[in-house]
Design a binder for this molecule. Structure first.
Ligand code: IVH
Length: 688
């Protein structure tokens, strides 16, 4: 294939993948099978490997490309990002409408009511239709440049699609030369639940709610970690626009943004009076629990952008909009008992057993009490009337006690100092951050821990052994067939079939799942071992850094901390795990059982040395979006390359940024491959 042919094919593939991404992530209406998508994507990657200059910033391959940063660069917003005035009261909504009318005397007012998505506000800049910079709100004037993280969001268009169906008279379908849109990054509920289940399985702290997990995810310095988080985007406003006339109303604006490929709020209501606004707010309340994300309120906006301009803003918030927040739903119920759950890591978690009560869209009969301190702090006693809250976020919580309803019959809860499962003395330990003291059972053979380890091993996110859920694991342990994960690989069909309610077909399926797990990627095995602090992300980082399990087992904590994303706490925990003779013995039995210990994702430092820049000469020109000249130079040199100041036939690459001048022209004349920062990062791989 000639370069020109490759270029053409690449453009067609990129376009097709963009269409499928949009169909899947924005319209939620997939147009091809996953396998077919993977095939196209693979072909695109192969072309880019053969012709690195095809890697442009808006290539679909760039979503997961970026290298880890040490800090986010500041971005000054061309139009400030304000916040909104908030209220919980319908009267204040009416007063707000009256205030706006007073500011625009005699004018007809139309309004929109949109879901208030509970996430993180972002601004996205597109130049000539290509996504260039994305930032957080920060203090409203200056935010963090989180472009690389935002690129990983599949619902975020990397390139805008001009509309073919736009009205004939106007140019409304034309992509503006500069377009800044404002929106919200959020974590859909399904993704949030799965992420938390995975984190808990890894002995990591669960996120309190989807908003926190979205915010925490966007703060990661390594875009690869962000790519693993199920984040999504919705846009609802504008920043700067150049080279096109923006629509005159909010309703039209949302249609305009949608035709460029942006995800917009799934429902928007219109209203012409305060009464209508309040009706729409109630309508939204009635449907919001069916949305895929948490909605904590409604945003009421004046529809006409011209009227907005005339009203202006206070120092903090626009005068033309207001957020109405729905109160978190609370209910009162009786706390019948406090029970203790023993997790896989031995943590003793107190659970409130409640009289069932309907709150926040579902019936709640249990709520977590987190730990001993939480019970003391809130002075929760068995028999108390307690207030339960469920604010969309999935885990119901006990907010407070109705102490004035006490009869004197309530009893203080004495936290057990022995494990309720096995009777072993528990010990109290603080988390790394020093808060939330946790009691742990130290007995490795505690039945609750044995079951927890087995369930975790079989978990979909780990070794993915179907059927290995709570029920079967309990049976296997109770029957004395399995004590640790290596025992799974010695299970016989007749042993399984002898279990109660176990059909032959289920037994065969389970055995087939166990068989398949022998071949799973090393990171799944590492994650499955349930080492404290080793979640799926850390397991992947370890499997990238070590060629096999034995090399990892031999390495020291100090060596491990040299790996991106591996801090001291994690490294120490991994080192201690492999030092334990019982764990070593487990590894040796897993080896005998024929599990794969080789890493298929390993990328060695020496591979980087032989990488794309070894012995290559690179010329830098112009200003790169995120890398300074010094950083780029140091990076190239680390990879064995040389940076030179002038372009010649001997130059291998020109790394070009904004306002590149004659060097870029010369490179083009000589046919020297030109890289932008994204392409460079893709070639360079993770910074060493
Ligand atoms: S409009 C000038 N519309 O809520 C401010 N904001 O509490 C324009 N939010 O900062 C914001 N959904 O982060 C707007 N449909 C929506 C929204 C929305 C969520 C967030 C946004 C804003 C915050 C204010």
């Amino acid at each position: 294939m000639t370069f020109v042919e490759a270029q053409r094919r690449h453009a067609a593939l990129a376009e097709e993948l963009r269409r499928h991404d949009h169909a899947y992530y924005v319209l939620a209406a997939p147009t091809i099978s996953d396998a077919e998508y993977d095939r196209l994507y693979r072909e695109l990657l192969d072309l880019e490997q053969a012709h690195p200059s095809l890697v442009t910033a808006d290539s679909p391959s760039q979503r997961v490309g970026g290298a880890a940063l040490t800090a986010f660069a500041p971005v000054r917003h061309s139009v400030p990002m304000m916040s909104l005035d908030n209220t919980y009261s319908p009267e204040e909504v009416t007063a707000f409408v009256a205030r706006v009318q007073k500011g625009l005397p005699g004018e007809a007012l139309a309004w929109t009511v949109e879901p208030k998505v509970d996430g993180v506000a972002v601004t996205l800049r597109y130049e000539q239709g290509v996504f260039t910079v994305g930032a957080t709100r920060g203090d409203g004037t200056t935010g963090d440049n989180i472009t690389a993280n935002l690129r990983t969001l599949r619902s975020l268009p990397l390139r805008l699609t001009p509309s073919e169906t736009s009205g004939s008279s106007s140019d409304s379908g034309k992509v503006p030369s500069v377009l800044e849109v404002r929106g919200e990054v959020f974590m859909p509920l399904a993704g949030f639940r799965k992420l938390n289940a995975d984190r808990e399985a890894a002995g990591e702290e669960a996120f309190v709610n989807p908003r926190n997990s979205a915010a925490g995810s966007l703060k990661q310095l390594d875009p690869k970690l962000v790519a693993e988080r199920p984040l999504a985007l919705v846009v609802y406003g504008l920043g700067a626009v150049e080279g096109a006339v923006a629509p005159a109303t909010q309703s039209e604006l949302l249609v305009w943004l949608k035709q460029f490929g942006f995800p917009t709020p799934e429902r928007v209501w219109t209203a012409n009076s305060a009464e209508e606004i309040l009706q729409r707010i109630a309508e939204l309340d009635a449907v919001r629990r069916t949305f895929a994300y948490d909605t904590d309120g409604a945003v009421v906006k004046l529809d006409a952008l011209g009227q907005r301009d005339r009203l202006g803003a206070t120092a903090k918030a626009p005068r033309w909009a207001m957020a109405f927040k729905y109160a978190a739903e609370q209910a009162e119920t009786r706390l019948r008992a406090i029970t203790i759950q023993v997790g896989r890591t031995g943590a003793l978690t107190p659970v409130a057993e409640l009289d069932p009560v309907f709150v926040g869209g579902s019936t709640v009969s249990r709520a977590t009490l987190h730990n001993e301190e939480e019970i003391k702090r809130k002075d929760i006693r068995v028999g108390d009337l307690v207030v339960i809250e469920k604010a969309g976020e999935v885990i119901p919580a006990v907010v407070r006690v109705n102490a004035d309803r006490r009869t004197g019959a309530e009893t203080e809860f004495v936290f057990p100092t022995v494990c309720p499962e096995c009777g072993t003395q528990a010990t109290r330990e603080r988390t790394a951050a020093g808060e939330g003291a946790v009691w742990r059972c130290g007995n490795l053979d505690c039945p609750a821990k044995i079951r927890g380890r087995l369930e975790h091993w079989c978990h979909r996110g780990a070794m993915d052994i179907e059927g290995g859920g709570e029920v079967l694991v309990r049976q296997l342990v109770a029957a004395g067939l399995v004590r640790d994960v290596a025992d799974l690989y010695r299970l016989r069909r007749d042993e399984l079939c002898a279990l109660e309610r176990m059909g032959e077909k289920s037994a065969d399926n389970f055995l087939a799942g166990i068989q398949q797990s022998r071949e799973r990627d090393l990171w799944r095995l590492l994650f499955g071992l349930g080492i404290l602090h080793v979640g799926a992300g850390v397991a992947k980082a370890l499997a990238r850094a070590f060629p096999n399990l034995d090399e990892l087992a031999k390495s020291t904590a100090v060596e491990m901390t040299r790996i991106d994303d591996i801090g001291e706490v994690i490294a120490t925990s991994v080192e201690a795990w492999f030092a334990d003779p019982q764990n070593r013995e487990l590894i040796s039995r897993l080896r005998k059982a024929g599990l794969r210990f080789e890493s298929s994702t390993y990328t060695s430092a020496s591979a980087l040395q032989q990488g794309p820049f070894a012995g290559k000469t690179v010329v830098l020109t112009g200003t790169l979006p995120a890398l300074s000249r010094e950083e780029a130079t140091a990076w190239i040199e680390r990879l064995g390359g040389k940076v030179s100041s002038s372009v010649s036939k001997k130059t291998h690459y020109v790394l070009a940024g904004a306002e590149a001048g004659s060097k870029l022209e010369k490179a083009q004349q000589l046919g020297v491959p030109i890289l932008d920062e994204a392409a460079f990062r893709a070639l360079a791989g993770p910074p060493g």
